[in-house]
Design a binder for this molecule. Structure first.
Ligand SMILES: NC(=O)c1ccc[n+]([C@@H]2O[C@H](COP(=O)([O-])OP(=O)(O)OC[C@H]3O[C@@H](n4cnc5c(N)ncnc54)[C@H](OP(=O)(O)O)[C@@H]3O)[C@@H](O)[C@H]2O)c1
Length: 265
């Protein structure tokens, strides 16, 4: 097998949460470019139309099975309904838990409502998506599977300039969740890894901080040894790598995509 073959996702079936906007759309593209046979993505349809994204991708890859399905990961019955709608696939090879929310307020102004909303989506929703996919479509997959959780550099570092305490706490929790999944499901050939990206440029939740002219943009860039934000290609690359056989001996890892942020003083 050549090294490029190791990175191919041909014959694989993938599910990406939060796939109609921001990074999710780039992950969709990366998977289709790498050859996935079936790409399922979900969201609530509030930030990014599932239908528009499905049409966009189908135009580019007309022969692939591409489905945008409404699902609120905070709602267990929505998760079961999503699984029922893709039961014809019989198995899934890749799950990317990309859906997430943030609430940037000073810690002393954090309300219980916004705290709970963050925990519900980033932690509880991610866990129940993992549990349901494992139970219904992954542990019966004789080829194993790859679960990729999207955390944040804020799971590894604090940043006083943008206080997001609920976000930092829930993204940190994904590290423990991922480690546990990795050891508990290794016997099934299932790997679980978590990505910790820095601020991502483009149509994403960091838009406010990263766009040209934002007062905090240069302050944040100056903290990064590589002196730039995460690009969408950086995200496409790492997610596709972790989904592919090129990473088949990597499990339980938290991988910082931070341009050196985690190793600088
Ligand atoms: N952007 C960054 O700088 C950055 C940095 C580090 C980590 N991350 C992480 O990377 C992931 C993607 O970030 P992004 O910037 O692309 O975010 P985004 O642009 O805000 O997109 C998030 C997506 O998640 C979906 N979503 C939110 N709540 C949901 C729910 N309850 N059920 C299903 N889908 C839900 C949203 O769609 P609906 O609202 O329509 O459901 C949206 O499509 C997030 O987990 C984020 O925390 C981002």
């Amino acid at each position: 097998m050549t090294v490029l073959d190791l990175f191919k996702l041909t014959n694989k079936k993938a599910l990406v949460t939060g796939g109609a906007k921001g990074i999710g759309r780039k992950i969709n593209e990366g998977f289709l470019e790498a050859g996935v046979e079936s790409l399922i993505f979900c969201g609530r349809g509030r930030h990014g139309s599932l239908e528009d994204e499905q049409n966009r991708l189908k135009e580019l890859w007309p022969s692939r099975d591409i489905r945008g399905i409404a699902c609120d990961i905070n709602n267990e019955s929505d998760i079961h309904s999503l699984i029922d709608q893709i039961r014809d696939l019989k198995t899934l090879d890749i799950l990317v838990n990309n859906a997430g929310v943030t609430w940037a307020v000073p810690t002393l102004d954090q309300t219980m409502k916004s705290w709970r909303r963050t925990v519900d989506t980033n932690l509880t929703g991610t866990f129940f998506m993992c549990k349901t996919v494992l139970q219904e479509l992954m542990i019966n997959n004789e080829n194993g599977g790859s679960i990729i959780n999207i955390a944040s550099i804020l799971a590894l570092k604090g940043v006083a300039e943008i206080a997001q305490i609920g976000y930092s706490a829930t993204k940190s929790a994904l590290l423990g969740l991922t480690r546990q999944l990795a050891v508990e499901f290794a016997n099934y050939g299932i790997r679980a890894n978590v990505i910790c990206p820095g601020f991502i440029e483009g149509d994403s939740m960091a838009e406010l901080f990263t766009k040209e002219g934002s007062p905090i943009r240069e302050t944040l860039i100056d903290m990064v040894p590589l002196r730039r934000f995460v690009s969408v290609n950086d995200m496409k690359g790492i997610v596709t790598f972790l989904a592919s056989d090129a990473s088949s001996y990597i499990t339980g890892q938290a991988i910082a995509v931070g341009g050196g942020l985690t190793v600088s003083l």
